[in-house]
Ligand binder design. Structure first.
Ligand code: G3P
Ligand code: MG
Length: 239
């Protein structure tokens, strides 16, 4: 599987509000080939881009994402907390984000980010929307239940198992989810585990790497790609 080397984290990294269409546009302008974002279900079952289960940190709303309809979420300001210049940015739907990625030619890692108790439903719905999109993408999730539901809905979509530290049973968990790749925290990665993953032939992408020297150390170990909040640190020819 061919990964973009440098993947903008939460759409455009730290330079724009996370999980917004403005982030996707900036990632493209910086020369990124790939982006990552988080998809969760609104109260009406529509998948939207947001990281937290609650609205307060990133939007003008209050309460749980799972209690707000997609129409209510679209009226919120998801950019002003980052900077007033972004105050018109809504919470995008997954469909809007995937359409924009396809139009911009961006590869997308759709991270299935279920609210507690909605793992299988979120995996199923996100996979259905992703399968209907035109662009190049892969699914990932910390939730094995979400990934397994995604397999049942759209087995043809490539999937990555997403973990913090790579667990001892990583092979079994990847096999259960039919995963082709591993995504792990850069912090917990050891040379020994990296060697095991390489030997097994699986690509490994690491989050969240915000310094070039750290990324270069990881690439030298055999890491295929890094998720970064600072895609501006690279030239487009390096991505
Ligand atoms: O998918 C990689 C990374 O986004 C996982 O962490 O918390 O930023 O979604 P988080
Ligand atoms: Mg994420």
């Amino acid at each position: 599987m061919i990964y973009p080397h440098i993947i903008a984290h939460r759409c455009g990294g730290a330079l724009t509000p996370e999980n917004t269409l403005a982030g996707l546009r900036l990632a493209k302008r910086l020369g990124c080939r790939g982006v990552e974002f988080d998809a969760m279900l609104a109260a009406d079952g529509v998948p939207v881009l947001i990281h937290d289960e609650t609205l307060e940190r990133t939007t003008s709303g209050r309460g749980r994402v799972a209690d707000a309809s997609s129409a209510e979420l679209a009226r919120l300001d998801a950019g002003g907390r980052h900077h007033p210049a972004f105050a018109v940015e809504p919470v995008p739907t997954l469909d809007e984000a995937l359409r924009l990625c396809a139009a911009l030619g961006l590869w997308a890692n759709v991270e299935i980010k279920p609210a507690a108790g909605q793992e299988a439903e979120t995996g199923r719905v996100v996979a259905r929307h992703a399968a209907a999109a035109q662009g190049k993408l892969m699914l990932s999730s910390f939730s094995s239940a979400a990934l397994c539901a995604a397999v049942r809905e759209a087995a043809q979509l490539p999937r990555a198992l997403l973990v913090e530290a790579i667990p001892l049973d990583w092979r079994q968990r990847m096999a259960e989810a039919g995963a082709l790749a591993l995504h792990s925290s850069a912090r917990a990665l050891t040379v020994e585990v990296m060697a095991e993953v390489r030997e097994a032939g699986f690509p490994l992408a690491c989050y969240t790497v915000n310094r070039r020297d750290d990324a270069e150390r990881l690439f030298a170990m055999g890491v295929s790609a890094v998720f970064t909040d600072r895609p501006d640190l690279w030239l487009s020819s390096e991505m």
